[in-house]
Design a binder for this molecule. Structure first.
Ligand code: ZN
Ligand code: ZN
Length: 378
């Protein structure tokens, strides 16, 4: 099939900025050196761009996982233009398509099934999207947002003002204008763009799939370090309306921490979270499918399959029971009228079912491990 024409503006822009970043930036550093103010500004601008995309473009606008104050929206809109990743409206439209048609080679704008290069940057270098470029039908809600539409209208001017203006002002205030233009301007731009692009490419290739195997998205804690927490992409693809990507407290997800902090300050509200019960069920179902596939490849595996099915159903019923009791306990704590003895009875029931669920989860994991390895089970 004939490839669509090259978009020369994008191709030259990505090529020139990349080549300049890998040549001029180190050359200047060796010849003149960068000050610590240059490096601090570089890191600050990296976080500003990165978080504007993840907390703003991605989790606020594309997925509506929370609501925030217009001042914060404005800050994200400026940071998004600073990142040069198209307007929030356009970015969100592409991203909603990506979720709706994930891996579909024709309709997912950055389908990972078309390979690393295509999903990373190739999709922006040719007229693959020309037929729907100005179609924002999947973003009617955002078309009613004044800040989003203002940024969309003035996108080009905003990218120029921020990309030259911010490093220039920083240089004039803290000294070494060229150092600022190269680190906080050029290197920051190229790196922050490629770090975001990694979510479309590497996060669909490299990592584990604990929550769903229905698409290529992967969980990768290492990638989360460079992507402000977006490396937990397998979780994100199945529970896209959750404001978190890394759900454990120790998962590196600065975007989640920023949103939570904004809520603490009264600047964000309606943070959406997937229930732990749904998460546990998704994990159990994914592991079940994985082990089942392995067993079906073997001959005479019906005894193991029966055992797997039995333990799976037991696990599901314990999950359901545990979260039901937990909910009742929480409701009871809110309702102070309830007798003390009734509370302690329920607390005991809760502790018992919790211990039983933990035990069942351990058995379940051990059974799956043994079955996948082909060990004998009793
Ligand atoms: Zn994805
Ligand atoms: Zn998403």
């Amino acid at each position: 099939m004939k490839k669509p024409p090259i978009i020369w503006l994008n191709t030259l822009f990505f090529t020139i900025t990349f080549l300049a970043a890998v040549t001029i930036v180190p050359w200047y550093g060796l010849a003149y050196g960068y000050s610590s103010a240059n490096w601090i500004a570089f890191i600050a601008c990296m976080f500003y761009c990165g978080l504007s995309i993840t907390a703003g473009y991605h989790r606020l606008w594309a997925h509506k996982t929370y609501e925030t104050h217009p001042v914060i929206e404005f800050i994200f809109a400026i940071g998004g233009a600073f990142s040069i990743q198209n307007s929030a409206l356009h970015w969100s439209s592409d991203h909603r398509l990506h979720h709706g048609k994930v891996d579909d080679a024709e309709h997912d704008p950055y389908a990972a099934t078309r390979g690393f290069w295509y999903s990373h940057i190739g999709w922006m270098l040719r007229e693959y999207q020309a037929h729907r470029y100005n179609d924002y039908a999947n973003c009617r809600d955002l078309q009613k947002n004044r800040i989003v539409m203002w940024q969309h209208k003035h996108y080009l001017a905003l990218t120029l003002i921020t990309n030259f203006g911010i490093p220039l002002v920083l240089g004039l205030v803290f000294g070494n204008v060229w150092g600022m233009l190269l680190l906080a301007g050029l290197l920051r731009l190229v790196l922050s763009q490629h770090f975001t692009f990694f979510i479309n490419s590497l996060a669909h290739i490299w990592g584990s799939r604990p929550y769903t195997e229905s698409n290529t998205a992967r969980d990768n804690g290492f990638l989360a370090l460079f992507t402000y927490g977006e490396g937990y992409h397998n979780f994100h693809h199945i529970f896209a309306s959750d404001y978190r990507n890394g759900i454990r407290w120790w998962h590196y997800d600065p975007t989640k921490w920023l949103i939570k902090s904004l809520a603490f300050l009264g600047l964000a509200s309606k943070l959406r979270k997937t229930s732990q019960e749904r998460i546990e069920r998704a994990k159990a179902a994914t592991l079940m499918e994985k082990t089942k596939r392995t067993l079906l490849e073997k001959q005479d595996s019906h005894v193991q399959l029966d055992k797997l099915q039995h333990e799976y159903e037991l696990l599901l019923s314990k999950i359901q029971h545990y979260y039901k009791v937990r909910k009742r306990l929480l409701e009871m704590r809110k309702n102070k009228v309830i007798q003390q003895c009734e509370q302690s009875q329920l607390k005991k029931q809760y502790n018992d079912i919790k211990a039983s669920l933990i035990n069942q989860q351990q058995n379940w994991l051990a059974l799956n491990k043994a079955l996948i390895k082909g060990l004998a089970i009793n």
